[in-house]
Ligand binder design. Structure first.
Ligand code: F7E
Length: 340
C-alpha cells in the first residue's frame, strides 16, 4: 500500500486530494495544526474523516517535521499547508513568509535528511505571476509577485526546484491557478459571493454584498480536477513544473452576474469605481456594492494560464468548465442554506 502525507488536510484541497488518494488505495496521513478549535468539517462532508490518520503538524517546528519523516517515510508528500489568503499576507507578512516560504525549506531539509525517496509536491501558485509579464502565462513566464504571499510562494517554488537539481530529490511544484468548489473557504471571493447570494435567496436577507475590485480577472477551475493533477505530477518519471489552469479568464463582475442569474437576479451596474453598485433590474434592489475596504495594496489584475504542457505530457485537462463551476457552487450553497 502506497503512503501519502498531506499537509493542510483541513483545507479545500486537502479534502479533495485525500478522497482521491483513498480511491487509489493509498494510506493517507493528514497533517493538521492543532488549535483551540479544530475543524474537520470538510473531511466529514467528504465522508472520509475516519479513513485518514490524522497527525499533529506545524510548518514552523522543524523538530516535528523531522520526527514525522523519520517515523513514516511516506512515498509521497503533498504540501498544501500555507497561510493562503492573499489579503492577510499584508497584515501578517512575516508569518506568511515564514510559513509559506521557510516552512517549505524545513520540509525539503527533513526529506533530504531522513526520507530522500519521498516524492514531494509543492502547491505553487499563479500569484507568483502577479503583474503578468506575458498572456497567457506558461511555465517559463517571468514571475512578478505582488504580495507577501506571492513572494513567499516564489521562494518555496525555487527551493523546490533547487533541491531537486542539487540533491536529486523528486520535488515538483505545480503552479495552480485559482481553483474553487463548494468547499472553498468563505474569505475567498467566489465563495463569499455564493454564500451571500444563497442567504439572500433562502433567508430573504437584503444586505448588499460588499466587494472590492470587481474588474480583476481570474482563471478559475474546479479544485476536484486540480488535485488529480497534483498526483499525476508525482507519477511522472521525472520531476518537473506544470501549469494547472483552464485557459479561460473571467472577472469577479462576471462571476457575480453568472451566479446571480441562477438566483433570479438580473444585475445591472450603475455608477463608477468606489460608487459602483449592482441593482436587480426586476426589483430595483441593490444586490452588490463596491467597498474600497476590500481593495488590496497591490492588485493582480489578470491571470490566465496555458495548461498545454500538462495536457501534452501528462494527459490532463480540466473536466469542469467555468459555468458549471458557478452553478455547482451556488447550487450547493442554496442547498446548505435550506438545510440549516
Ligand atoms: O481573490 C478580488 C481580489 O481572495 C480573487 C488563493 O487561493 O488563488 C487565491 O488567491 C480576486 C482578487 O483569491 C473581493 O482583489 C474583489 O483580485 O478569491 P481571492 P486570490 O487572491 O486570487 C491563488 C491562486 C492562491 O494561491 C491563493 O492562495 O477577487 N476581490 N472583492 C475580492 N477578493 C476577496 N477575497 N474578497 C472580496 O471581497
Amino acid at each position: 500500500m502506497k503512503t501519502a502525507m498531506i499537509s493542510g488536510i483541513t483545507g479545500q484541497d486537502g479534502g479533495y486530494l485525500a478522497k482521491f488518494l483513498l480511491s487509489k488505495g493509498y494510506k493517507v496521513y493528514g497533517l493538521y495544526r492543532r488549535g483551540a478549535t479544530n475543524t474537520f468539517s470538510k473531511l466529514k462532508e467528504h465522508g472520509i474523516l475516519d479513513k485518514i490518520e490524522l497527525l499533529d503538524f506545524e510548518l514552523l517546528e522543524f523538530s516535528n517535521i523531522c520526527r514525522l519523516m523519520i517515523k513514516y517515510q511516506p512515498d509521497e508528500f503533498y504540501n498544501l499547508a500555507a497561510q493562503s489568503f492573499v489579503a492577510t499576507s499584508w497584515e501578517e507578512p512575516v508569518y506568511t513568509i515564514q510559513a509559506d516560504g521557510l516552512g517549505v525549506v524545513y520540509l525539503l531539509e527533513a526529506i533530504r535528511g531522513f526520507s530522500p525517496k519521498t516524492k514531494f509536491y509543492q502547491a505553487s501558485t499563479s500569484e507568483m505571476f502577479g503583474k503578468v509579464q506575458e498572456i497567457p502565462q506558461v511555465e517559463n513566464t517571468p514571475f512578478y509577485p505582488r504580495s507577501p504571499y506571492g513572494v513567499s510562494k516564489l521562494m518555496a517554488h525555487w527551493a523546490c526546484i533547487n533541491y531537486s537539481e542539487s540533491f536529486g530529490l523528486f520535488a515538483c511544484p505545480g503552479i495552480l491557478f485559482n481553483h474553487e468548489s463548494p468547499m472553498r473557504g468563505s474569505e475567498f471571493v467566489t465563495r463569499k459571493i455564493t454564500l451571500h447570494f444563497a442567504d439572500m435567496v433562502v433567508n430573504k436577507t437584503e444586505k448588499p454584498l460588499e466587494l472590492g475590485n470587481i474588474n480583476a480577472k481570474r482563471d478559475w477551475g474546479f479544485a476536484g480536477d486540480y488535485v488529480e493533477m497534483m498526483w499525476m505530477i508525482l507519477q511522472h518519471h521525472t520531476p518537473d513544473t506544470y501549469i494547472v489552469a483552464t485557459g479561460e479568464t473571467h472577472s469577479i463582475r462576471e462571476f457575480v452576474e453568472e451566479t446571480g442569474k441562477y438566483c433570479g437576479f438580473d444585475i445591472q451596474w450603475q455608477g463608477k469605481d468606489e460608487k459602483e453598485i449592482g441593482v436587480d433590474k426586476k426589483t430595483g434592489k441593490i444586490i452588490v456594492k463596491v467597498n474600497p475596504q476590500y481593495y488590496r495594496p497591490a492588485e493582480v489584475e489578470l491571470l490566465i494560464g496555458n495548461p498545454e504542457k500538462a495536457r501534452k505530457i501528462l494527459g490532463w485537462s480540466p473536466k469542469v468548465g467555468y459555468k458549471e463551476l458557478c452553478q455547482m457552487m451556488i447550487k450547493a450553497d442554496i442547498e446548505k442554506a435550506k438545510n440549516n
